[in-house]
Design a protein around this ligand. Structure first.
Ligand SMILES: Cc1cc2nc3c(=O)[nH]c(=O)nc-3n(C[C@H](O)[C@H](O)[C@H](O)COP(=O)(O)O)c2cc1C
Length: 532
């Protein structure tokens, strides 16, 4: 018998039984308090037309939706191992939580990692480590140098771009408060500068996305006048033009309608309650030369603050086109932020998150090589972001060429994020990635800002400890020879062997450039992005 018919038969029989019973004991009618709602749900399931599983299996079909809803929690708490868990493994999450709460962060009994598995990586230590206490325990890197009137001395670890809109006002304020306590930088994200970015007085990197929120004319074009006002704010230390991000390169930002409150809409000058899609590309420039000139213009309008751009590497020749433009104009961004395809987001189409853009390690090596190849490596700094959670993660991207790092999701975890994976639904239970006041009021700014600062402090400390173990006393001396990877069960290679460093200026004669770059260099043009 079909489940639907069975439901009807059982319902009729149950009702008949209760009536017969009630003939003798009137209180038997109370049974309808239980079976009444079940019969109602079943009839509703049969009559609705959207979910066939509920139509075919009234009432019991609902279990499927209940199990789907509780599955992530059950999996995370009871099933996943310490080294599993996506996007961020339990081990990485626990390190962040412990450092943020200043709990014991050592581990007992040895590594849980399989050191013979393909992909396992390690750092080579020295017989003659440097005394940790003699090391600079808060290493910083100067951005902007002589070219800027207001250069910025940046920490090696900073808060990556996350807008007010994707994050709650309390989360933004706590991140900025943490940055203030720890002396590091907090990137605003592409949603513009809100009062919550300014209240605590932490250093800001102001990000300008394709929507030009906070720096545009009414019709969405970049505006020099509005730009100047925000760029002059003392908290704004650097300006970052966002070309793309690793989790959705080529897509443009998405602010879901449920998170677009009247306050956020006013800051972005958009209609509240609607989903805001930022365009996939900028309208202020359309060629590599124009991008470099736009950077020059913003540096001037900001009275000499460092200006750079963020991208996830895509078509290689397009990045080389930007290098050609820099070389041709003898003009350089003060920094380039490289976001790996493994980077996080508040909301993105899964195809873009899963299958578009170059992963971080490959792209840092590529960009570092490209700048070296054009002989301009010393003109610009590289910031790397994408799953930077620990001191080792900082060290390995620096070995490949990064000068500093940004982290988004680790900072969210320091705020209390539990990887509930609800950033795109406005239901974040920890109040980090929601605009629902009932939820974000649970996030206490004064408590969480200290945790963000603690996480930063202890992670940088662990990075410096690793440096001292390699026997080098300065971040500039880390090289690709310091990191090894098991590429197969019986073969290990250093990063230098996997990603060979190119000769300085070796790209200037395209015919003599290393073979794997030659074709891309020939496609590259300072006058246009690739039309491959
Ligand atoms: C909730 C959330 C919001 C984000 N918003 C922005 C943004 O406004 N602009 C941007 O360039 N990147 C944004 N990102 C990407 C991060 O800045 C960063 O590039 C990426 O998450 C790096 O990976 P990580 O989370 O592993 O550190 C966002 C990421 C998250 C998790």
């Amino acid at each position: 018998m079909k489940a639907r018919n069975l439901f009807v038969v059982i319902s009729v029989l149950l009702c008949a039984l209760v009536f017969i019973w009630a003939y003798y004991v009137i209180y038997a009618l109370l049974a309808f308090l239980v079976i009444g709602p079940l019969i109602y749900l079943g009839i509703h399931d049969i009559l609705q037309r959207k979910q066939s599983i509920k139509r075919n299996f009234p009432v019991v079909g609902r279990l499927r939706y209940i199990f789907e809803a509780i599955r992530p929690g059950i999996y995370q708490y009871f099933i996943e191992s310490d080294t599993e868990g996506t996007p961020i493994s339990r081990n990485d999450r626990m390190v962040v939580y412990r450092r943020a709460k200043e709990q014991i962060d050592t581990t007992p009994f040895g590594t849980q990692l399989n050191v013979y598995a393909d992909g396992y990586e390690w750092m080579s230590h020295s017989m003659k480590p440097v005394d940790f206490n003699k090391m600079d325990q808060n290493p910083r890197v100067l951005f902007g140098g002589d070219r800027c009137k207001q250069p910025y001395n940046m920490s090696v670890l900073n808060v990556s771009a996350m807008s007010f809109g994707s994050l709650s006002q309390n989360a933004i304020e706590a991140l900025n408060g943490g940055a203030k306590i720890g002396g590091f930088a907090h990137n605003t994200g592409e949603g513009g500068i809100s009062p919550y970015h300014l209240k605590q007085g932490g250093d800001l990197v102001w990000q300008i996305g394709t929507g030009y929120f906070g720096s545009s004319t009414e019709d969405g074009k970049s505006s020099a006048e509005t730009f100047k006002i925000s760029a002059a704010l003392p908290s704004v230390k650097m300006i970052e033009i966002k070309l793309s991000q690793g989790a959705k390169p080529g897509h443009g930002g998405i602010l879901p309608a449920v998170k677009n409150t009247p306050e956020i809409a006013a800051i972005r000058q958009v209609t509240p309650g609607t989903t805001i899609f930022s365009p996939p590309c900028h309208n202020a420039f359309s060629t590599p030369v124009e991008l470099i000139k736009f950077i020059e213009q913003l540096r001037e309008l900001s009275d000499g603050k460092p200006v750079g751009f963020k991208l996830c590497v895509g078509i290689k020749s397009e990045f080389l086109s930007i290098c050609k433009a820099m070389h041709q104009l003898n003009s350089y961004p003060d920094f380039i932020t490289i976001d790996g395809a493994e980077g996080g987001t508040g909301a993105a189409p899964p195809e873009f998150s899963n299958f578009v853009g170059m992963p971080l390690l490959d792209s840092v090596a590529f960009v570092d090589n490209a700048l070296r190849g054009f002989g301009i490596r010393d003109q610009t700094k590289i910031i790397a972001s994408g799953k930077v959670f620990t001191g080792f993660h900082i060290l390995r991207v620096m070995a490949l060429g990064a000068d500093t790092c940004n982290s988004a999701r680790a900072m969210m975890m320091a705020l209390g994020c539990i990887q509930a994976l609800q950033c795109n639904r406005n239901t974040c239970p920890t109040g980090v990635a929601t605009q629902n006041p009932a939820l974000f009021k649970g996030l206490v700014v004064n408590d969480k800002k200290q945790r963000v600062a603690n996480f930063h402090k202890h992670t940088v400390e662990s990075f410096v400890e690793l440096l001292s173990a390699t026997g080098i006393d300065h971040i500039g001396k880390i090289s690709r020879d310091h990191i090894y990877k098991r590429v197969q069960m019986d073969s290990i290679k250093s990063y230098e062997e996997i990603f060979p460093t190119v000769e300085d200026r070796s790209f200037l004669n395209e015919d003599l450039a290393p073979a794997e770059y030659r074709w891309h260099l020939k496609q590259a043009s300072a006058e246009e992005f690739s039309d491959l």
